[in-house]
Design a binder for this molecule. Structure first.
Ligand code: BGC
Length: 423
């Protein structure tokens, strides 16, 4: 017990201290301190675009990186910064977390920037739902990421005569082929948020968009503990046969590197994985392939990184916050950032001419999904349910991965865990 408490207090601090690679650059207008978890090669490059833009405006940059995919560690550090009354200028957060900080009245309003930039018109409703609170803009959306993608090693596909799979059965058969040839079928990182990212793909592929929404967004107990959910766990188990033995604890970008290096055929991951391929100098559809997880082509599960700005009386900080929000929402930056990050712009009014082959498709799909109501929040990335429910879901999915729990038991436990987290 003592150890547990001690650890709970110590971990965030340790992470905070280990991230003292604070690149500091001051200029005369002052500097912004930005908390984020963009520490992989592709992520850091994309973040660099913001730093450069601010620097063009004479604003200095104090980076506050907290390593750990999907921001779990970063959110712990952010909470401790706020508790000790020492908020950063701004922080990268995901959907429900942005709402949570707004509910606590911790955020600066971005209404004037949003009005000048016509944000009400250019950002789609599913994003406004999280970037606004009580009708006021409280966050600047960087992009739309989406989680239902497969990233594939093209030369392995060619070598083994693998065509892009269009059904679940073909998908599994292609991984078996890779495994039989001595490769890893599925590059996998065994961390709770990654387990959940892959699982939400399987739920969407198995039950379709309506089922995904019912189960993971509406949190309907009957959908959570249903035959379709049991079948999703069955399929998930099938998929897990194609990961390697070293997957536990592996970071997502190391799993991506397995595909890049030709050790593994596929990775199921959000399109930030593409940022790693691009950062390694590889070209989509020439050196690597991107396709929607078979069975999920008609929907897009999304998340969007939001920059929230913390309330401050310091006029200089307030001015810099506004400048930062203006940059993030601007058409040029939305394109530049996504070109590096792997995402697509959050604004829906831009030309896709400057986007790569995967992003061109992704952008059209996201816009179409926003219209047809199939742009649905990612559970794994904070857009389907508040953190308490999300963490309860993570626990069950990861227990399933790390044990031989039967699928029907997993479905039942999932429903119970969600109910428990909500009450
Ligand atoms: C974020 C991405 C990030 C990924 C891996 C996601 O939750 O939205 O920006 O690259 O986590 O850390």
């Amino acid at each position: 017990m003592f150890n547990k408490c001690l650890m709970a207090g110590v971990i965030p601090l340790a992470i905070a201290l280990s991230s003292t690679a604070f690149a500091q650059e001051s200029t005369d207008k002052g500097e912004v301190e930005v908390l984020n978890w963009w520490t992989s090669g592709g992520e850091a490059r994309a973040l660099g675009a913001l730093k450069d833009k601010l620097s063009d405006d004479g604003i200095g940059w104090k980076n506050m990186p907290v390593a750990g995919g999907a921001g779990t560690n970063a959110m712990a550090v952010l909470r401790s910064r706020i508790t000790s009354n020492n908020p950063p200028t701004a922080a990268q957060v995901l959907g429900y977390d942005a709402q949570d900080w707004a509910d606590r009245d911790a955020l600066s309003s971005l209404d004037d920037v949003a009005k000048a930039g016509n944000w009400d018109e250019v950002f789609p409703q599913p994003i406004q739902r999280f970037a606004k609170s009580d009708g006021h803009w409280i966050a600047a959306p960087f992009e739309i990421h989406s989680t239902n993608w497969v990233w594939a090693n093209k030369s392995m596909m060619d070598e083994l005569g693998i065509q892009q799979p269009s059904s679940w059965e073909e998908f599994i058969a292609s991984m078996k082929k890779a495994q039989d040839a001595g490769h890893t079928g599925l590059a996998y990182g065994g961390q709770p948020w990654q387990d959940a990212t892959v699982f939400e793909n399987v739920v969407l592929a198995t039950g379709g968009a309506d089922f995904y929404r019912q189960a993971l967004i509406d949190l309907d107990p009957e959908a959570l503990d249903s035959d379709t959910m049991t079948q999703s766990f069955d399929r998930f188990r099938e998929l897990l046969q194609y990961k390697d033995d070293n997957s536990p604890g592996r970071d997502w970008n190391l799993a991506t590197a397995m595909v890049i290096k030709g050790d593994a055929l596929y990775q199921i991951m959000g399109d930030w994985a593409k940022g790693e391929f691009l950062n390694a100098g590889l070209k989509p559809e020439q050196d690597f392939m991107c396709f929607r997880t078979p069975g999920t082509q008609d929907a897009v599960t999304f998340n969007s990184d939001l920059m929230i700005m913390f309330k401050t009386d310091d006029k200089q900080q307030q001015a810099m916050q506004r400048t930062m929000a203006e940059i993030i929402g601007s058409p040029e930056f939305q394109i530049t950032f996504s070109q590096l990050k792997g995402s697509v712009p959050a604004r829906t009014d831009l030309s896709s001419d400057e986007l790569d082959a995967c992003a061109k498709r992704g952008y059209e799909q996201a816009k179409a999904a926003a219209k047809s109501n199939t742009l649905m929040g990612s559970m794994a990335h904070g857009y389907a349910a508040p953190a308490s429910v999300k963490n309860a879901v993570f626990d069950i999915i990861s227990s399933f991965v790390n044990s031989d729990m039967p699928s029907d038991v997993a479905a039942e436990q999932l429903a119970m865990a969600v109910q428990g987290a909500r009450s």
